[in-house]
Design a protein around this ligand. Structure first.
Ligand code: UD1
Length: 431
């Protein structure tokens, strides 16, 4: 099992290029099932999760080629014919988002058998909203032995869908199914995450008729078929936010490049509150913290454009060194404080009650062995390790590899003393 070793205490100075968004790339890959023509995705991150989804798509008949094109890393996905609509447990359990192949398979072939994704470490995360949306579109759904059997032999039909609460995955899933449905679908109480707009705009480039993406009401006029297109994956706001917080925690000056600053506006505001200087360019952001103390800042996670739950753990790492107490509330997932005991091993003082963590800043963190529990929690431990005195070893790095491309390379280019200790790399499910 790979581990990451960090000798803390060096401030970060330099540029960090931000990759394409994992959470967009994997939905765009699934959307490629909706057409028999090739889809060329550029600005593609190379991650364990994109590789895993590639393996799943290959089972359905998708031909996948990866290369370095004129616009950077690219992946071409081509599914001339769906040769199987079966997504087995062994692959779906490893990544919850792979459940979202159900909608495209159903829309294109009229039937699919897809494993339920199973539980995960950050909460129960059911898929009831996904299935209700597909049923509203006319799918007949049965469940046996952990599998969803979905059928719509005469195609899906446009419908009105009102989500009882906001879900990123269910919004995207319903959208991918509705583009090939007969008639108009009106989706209310949708998630507004930028990755959903990225998906909707790529679908439009494929010939779909989607409007309202980025707002809570999305309208889809069904079309009979979609065609191929080229699409550049939106930048990864969670990766960008993670390095912004890393710069703030370690001190120094980092400049994020290939980023859209408006996508992390709330986080940047919080960093300013915490005492950092932030300069927002067109596609760059500079975060600077020289001698200023870190001020305590409260936050509550929320759906976009609120503070992203995927950045909560990283921000908590910064707050462990603040000059006072901060209160961090998690409202999206019920079990997303698993990093707290690990931060405690580094000397942090954090008390959790329900969905609220009280973080009493300490004068310094001290290096220790810690265990990554999920993808974003792993990033938080790396950030804490960068600021801790002495050596921190982060175990179970396979979590990080699911969502961060070349993390050690990007941080060492800014002067961090970080290296990977090689070992066997199993993969587990969570985000
Ligand atoms: C996506 C992101 C993840 C992010 C999360 C919230 C991807 C691959 N993952 O996850 O990084 O942390 O959005 O921003 O894009 N829920 C139900 N029933 C459902 C669906 C969801 O109860 O059918 C609940 C979940 O358990 C959770 C909440 O709704 O408590 C929000 O989940 P959702 O927005 O669906 O997150 P994901 O799409 O899984």
């Amino acid at each position: 099992m790979d581990r990451i070793a960090i000798e803390g205490g060096s401030p970060l100075f330099g540029d960090i290029p931000i990759s394409g968004a994992k959470n967009s790339a994997i939905k765009l890959m699934a959307a490629s099932l909706l057409t028999s023509e090739p889809i060329r995705l550029t600005n593609m991150p190379r991650l364990a999760d994109t590789r895993l989804l590639g393996r799943l798509l290959a089972r359905f008949g998708t031909q996948i080629s990866e290369s370095d094109g004129p616009d950077g890393q690219q992946t071409v996905l081509h599914t001339p014919e769906i040769t199987s609509s079966f997504a087995p447990y062994d692959l779906v359990r490893q990544m919850r988002a792979s459940f979202n192949v159900l909608g495209p398979l159903l829309a294109r072939t009229g039937h699919a058998k897809v494993s339920l994704p199973g539980g995960c470490t950050i909460g129960a995360r059911p898929v009831d909203l996904h299935l209700k949306a597909l049923e509203a579109l006319g799918a007949h759904i049965d469940m046996h032995e952990g599998y969803v059997f979905a059928q719509a032999p005469r195609g899906l039909k446009g419908a009105e869908i009102e989500f009882p609460f906001v879900s990123v995955g269910a919004t995207e899933h319903a959208l991918m199914a509705a583009v090939l449905a007969h008639g108009t679908t009106v989706m209310k109480n949708c998630a507004c995450e930028p990755e959903i707009a990225d998906l909707a705009e790529c679908l439009n480039a494929m010939g779909a008729k989607v409007s309202g993406q980025g707002t809570t009401t999305i309208v889809v006029e069904g079309v009979t078929s979609l065609h191929g297109t080229d699409w550049s994956v939106i930048c990864d706001r969670i990766e960008a936010g993670t390095y912004a917080v890393a710069g703030a925690t370690a001190g120094g000056e980092v400049r994020l490049t290939r980023v859209r600053p408006e996508l992390i506006a709330i986080l940047l505001d919080k960093l300013v509150e915490a005492g950092c200087e932030v300069e927002r360019g067109t596609d760059t952001v500079t975060i600077r913290r020289k001698d200023a103390k870190i001020r305590p800042v409260d936050l509550t996670t929320d759906v976009y454009p609120g503070f992203a739950t995927d950045l909560q753990a990283q921000f908590m790492a910064l707050m462990t060194l603040a000059d006072g107490e901060s209160v961090i509330r998690e409202t999206i997932f019920e079990n997303r404080f698993m990093h707290v005991p690990e931060l405690g091993r580094l000397g942090a003082d954090i008390r959790v009650t329900g969905n609220e963590a009280r973080v009493h800043g300490v004068a310094e963190l001290r290096g220790a062995q810690v265990m990554a529990t999920d993808l974003r929690a792993s990033a938080c431990l790396v950030i804490a390790g960068l600021a801790a005195r002495g050596e921190t070893i982060v175990n179970r790095v396979y979590h990080l590899d699911r969502g961060f491309e070349n993390l050690e390379g990007k941080l060492s280019a800014c002067g961090a003393n970080i290296k990977r200790l090689k070992g066997d790399t199993p993969i587990m499910e969570e985000e």
